[in-house]
Design a protein around this ligand. Structure first.
Ligand code: ATP
Ligand code: MG
Length: 481
């Protein structure tokens, strides 16, 4: 009996000990420490071979394998076991993606072999793959093939997602010069109000460019096309670039030339762009007029010509926007450097009707003849100004059109005042010439007369401006009338 109790007691103590040990091992993470130490010990008896996959190749162009490995690693379930990972939101609203942090390692297994990936980030970005030497011959090629097939789908899927790249100030030459975000601009050719015929011509020009690889190569030319979009501010140039990107499904590289440090930096930026992309230089005229730039004109011309190598300008569309074409050196705009010039004018009546249709859903309105008449009197506003008025008053088309009429009338007055101002200054300069010859009585009396007229118009203009600011009041109390 005593023996029975004794053995029962020993079994009971044994069970309690195991239970406690389990708690200690799992609750404290002791098991992970043991596993890690065991792995390190095991590694001491194996020789590993390393393979580095840099983000850029020797000629500073993107290494596609790096992109594939990056996509592959995010799909690894073992990433959750890594000591340090970044959590990033994905494309879908509830999507959360794990991304390996810098200088962290993740383990993968393939055909019974252990593979270690490290994300190296010391100035440049690389992935380092470590495989046991004993497994290398058997594993390396099939493993890379496996990554290629797995990521092909993911990358193909992501092709639909366009990206907007922006250049930053250079910190380190080996560092990537482009930062990207998702490009989700809603602008399309349909949403842009411009002459239908012109729009169709641009569309077919882009379509024929897409199909012309052989043609360009036969002629010994780089397969690229350059567009100059010129016109006053707010006429839709930037929106048009976004529409082009959406139409072509191309990524957008938006180069800020003020952030380019020198000629070689501009070359590097071009080298780091990928095919099927639009390279945009906004406000080229503003940049060319700025004399403080360290960038030479010849570097800019070479950049536009894409002569660096055919591979870094191939299958690219270049777009330059300017407000005033006349301020740009003709060498920059010569045929071949710029293939297509597209003018973005201020609104006329037909553009207004287009905007009214798009923004207010109105094809015709009793106020249209009045609007047409004001346009005929020389009034003009940018599409941006008109579309803003329409958006503000979108609940009432009549109110929206009236606010446009008021703004157009103010524009007419503004133009009259500025023409009077010009006459005044002409008058002043003529007077000073006249005074040097004789005392110019006639010129003086004209001056006083014009001054009176100017004051009268200024008062009128102020009254009109007050009216316009009222149209922005979207309070429901306002009556349509
Ligand atoms: N032709 C147009 N059709 C439809 N909307 C337009 C048009 N032009 C301008 N807009 C509207 O005005 C806003 C400003 O346009 P955008 O930025 O494209 O002008 P921009 O010509 O690039 O001006 P800037 O020269 O000042 O950069 C946009 O949000 C767009 O919706
Ligand atoms: Mg713009």
């Amino acid at each position: 009996m005593e023996l029975f109790f004794r053995s029962f007691f020993v079994i009971f103590i044994g069970i309690c000990f195991c239970w406690l040990l389990r708690i200690v091992l799992f609750r404290t993470g002791f098991v992970f420490v043991v596993k890690k130490r065991w792995r390190n010990l095991e590694d001491c008896f194996h020789v590993y071979q390393s393979f580095r996959i840099p983000e850029f190749n020797q000629s500073s162009q993107q290494n596609h394998l790096y992109r594939k490995v990056s996509a592959y690693l995010t799909s690894l379930s073992s990433l959750e076991d890594s000591d340090f990972t970044n959590l990033i939101t994905g494309n879908a609203p509830n999507d959360i993606i794990l991304r390996l942090d810098s200088n962290q390692t993740v383990q993968d297994n393939f055909l019974g072999a252990k593979l270690l990936w490290t994300n190296e980030e010391n100035g440049s970005r690389n992935f380092v793959l470590r495989i046991r030497k004993a497994d290398k011959r058997r594993i390396l090629r099939p493993y890379l093939q496996h990554i290629h097939t797995l990521t092909a789908d993911v990358i193909e899927q992501r092709k639909g997602d366009l990206k907007l790249f922006m250049n930053s100030k250079p910190n380190n030459q080996s560092d990537t010069r482009w930062k990207s975000i998702q490009f989700k601009h809603p602008s399309t050719f349909d949403s842009i109000s411009m002459e239908t015929d012109l729009k169709e011509r641009v569309k077919s020009d882009l379509e024929s460019f897409l199909k012309s690889k052989q043609y360009y190569h036969r002629l010994g030319r780089v397969w690229k096309r350059s567009y100059l979009l010129y016109g006053p501010s707010g006429t839709g140039k930037s929106s048009f670039v976004a529409a082009m990107a959406n139409f072509l499904s191309y990524n957008v590289y938006d180069i800020d030339l003020f952030k380019v440090s020198d000629d070689s930096d501009l070359k590097l930026l071009l080298l780091q762009t990928t095919t099927k992309s639009i390279i945009v230089v906004e406000d080229l005229d503003r940049f060319l007029m700025d004399k403080s730039s360290t960038l030479s004109l010849s570097a800019l011309l070479n950049f536009m010509d894409g002569i660096l190598t055919s591979c870094c300008a191939e299958e690219r569309v270049m777009v330059f926007t300017v407000n005033c074409k006349d301020l740009v050196d003709p060498a920059v705009l010569r045929p071949g450097r710029i293939d297509v010039h597209i003018h973005f004018p201020l609104c006329d009546f037909s553009a207004f009707k287009n905007l009214a249709n798009n923004y207010l859903g109105v094809k015709d309105h009793k106020l249209f003849p009045q609007v047409e008449e004001i346009f005929q009197n020389g009034a003009s506003l940018s599409p941006a100004e008109i579309s803003e008025l329409m958006i503000t008053n979108r609940n009432s088309p009549s109110r929206a059109i009236k606010s446009v009429i008021t703004a157009l009338q103010t524009d007419v007055e503004r133009r009259r005042i500025s023409s009077i101002g010009r006459r005044l200054s002409d008058c002043g300069s003529r007077k000073s010439v006249a005074e040097s010859v004789e005392s110019g009585g006639v010129l003086c009396s004209e001056n006083t007369q014009t001054g009176k007229e100017l004051r009268k118009l200024y008062g009128f203009l102020r009254m009109k401006s007050n009216k316009i600011s009222q149209t922005f009041d979207t309070s429901p109390m306002r009556k349509d009338s």
